[in-house]
Design a protein around this ligand. Structure first.
Ligand SMILES: Nc1ncnc2c1ncn2[C@@H]1O[C@H](COP(=O)(O)OP(=O)(O)OP(=O)(O)O)[C@@H](O)[C@H]1O
Length: 325
């Protein structure tokens, strides 16, 4: 029997077209929808997904995400129902939780961006417009991308310590989400920002620095196409580390703008340390000592910080549906 359920409300995001008796051939998609992410409503997109999936006789199911990030029920379903694709409709926080839970399962991931920043989706070239992103999902071409671990926590986009993490903590405490709230929090934190002490340990080199923030990037950006790590690639087996060192606050926005526009060449780390305000290098892993306990964010979500953070890349960690070169 093939059965279908209309999508009713935010509280009850469900919809399915799956014949459990027929053997599954071809694609079998689970759409995971975050009911609270971003600011715009998802109802019309979900109706489009339902109607096109029915037209194309695709096997699919629409399920809401959960705040805890526990997707054990889906691991079982992937095997029992032969799920081939898990498509995330939400922002970076949802993308992080779902891919962390399921990256070792034999599925392709897709993203229909519905967050405030959408950093991984934009870094991967996935269209920002939900319907175009859905068309890409229908094409279904996936390739492997990297992720990384920061003290055992999974990150697939960009994590960091200091100023931008403080913004993430304050943003999380606000009732309203969206770019406007994020910008307000960034500005307020800019005027309060103080540098933190860090020690950076690489394989054969270590140094101390006082920095406003450190970003560890797999993708090239914070989100909203604000590119902090212009050389970053999602499949090079490397992390891009950007350290915004202590400087006169009047120079800080100009230095960051220069970095965002990508005018800084990949720099000779040792030569630059004393001369440049922003250090930028690539590495498969590093340790950061953080004695002043600068706040931490992981893929834009505030997380407990630590006095020492071990960071390592996970090459070719999961398969993501995205435009193919
Ligand atoms: N069903 C749910 N109910 C409440 N919260 C949820 C639910 N599902 C997921 N969440 C939580 O929603 C939070 C925000 O999600 P997400 O990051 O996707 O959106 P956003 O913050 O608006 O976007 P971005 O991260 O791009 O800025 C995450 O912390 C996630 O755990």
């Amino acid at each position: 029997m093939t059965y279908g359920t209309a999508i009713s409300s935010k509280a009850e995001i469900v919809g399915t077209q799956r014949d459990k008796k027929k053997p599954v051939t071809g694609r079998n998609i689970v759409y995971l929808v975050n009911p609270i992410s971003g600011t715009s409503k998802k109802d019309s997109l979900l109706k489009v997904i339902e109607s096109i999936s029915r037209q194309q006789k695709l096997q699919y199911e629409i399920i809401p995400t959960n705040a805890s990030g526990n997707y054990d029920f889906l691991k079982e379903k992937i095997y029992s129902d032969h799920i081939t694709d898990v498509i995330i409709i939400g922002g970076d926080g949802t993308v992080n939780q779902v891919i962390e839970a399921l990256h070792s399962q034999p599925v392709n991931f897709g993203i229909i961006p519905f967050g405030s920043g959408n950093g991984l989706a934009l870094a991967a070239g996935i269209p920002r417009k939900p319907r175009q992103a859905f068309e890409l999902v229908l094409e279904g071409k996936a390739s492997a991308v990297d992720a990384f671990k920061i003290n055992g926590r999974f990150s697939c986009m960009l994590s960091g310590l200091g100023f931008d993490a403080q913004v993430a903590h304050d943003f999380a405490a606000k009732a309203s989400r969206g770019l406007l709230t994020y910008t307000q929090q960034s500005l307020m934190n800019y005027f309060k920002a103080q540098p933190y002490q860090f020690e950076i340990l690489l394989d054969d080199f270590s140094f101390f620095t006082d920095a406003f923030f450190i970003s560890i990037a797999n993708g090239n950006q914070f989100g909203n196409n604000v590119t902090i790590a212009p050389q970053a690639s999602l499949q090079d087996g490397l992390l891009d580390v950007v350290i915004v060192q202590k400087m006169n606050k009047a120079r800080l926005p100009f230095a960051i703008l220069r970095q965002i526009r990508g005018n800084n060449q990949l720099q000779q780390l040792v030569d630059d340390m004393s001369q440049k305000n922003i250090l930028y290098f690539q590495t498969p892993g590093l340790t950061i000592r953080n004695p002043k306990l600068a706040p931490l964010h992981v893929d834009g979500e505030p997380r407990d910080t630590a006095a020492e953070l071990k960071i390592e890349v996970l090459p070719n960690c999961f398969r993501l549906i995205r435009p193919q070169a």
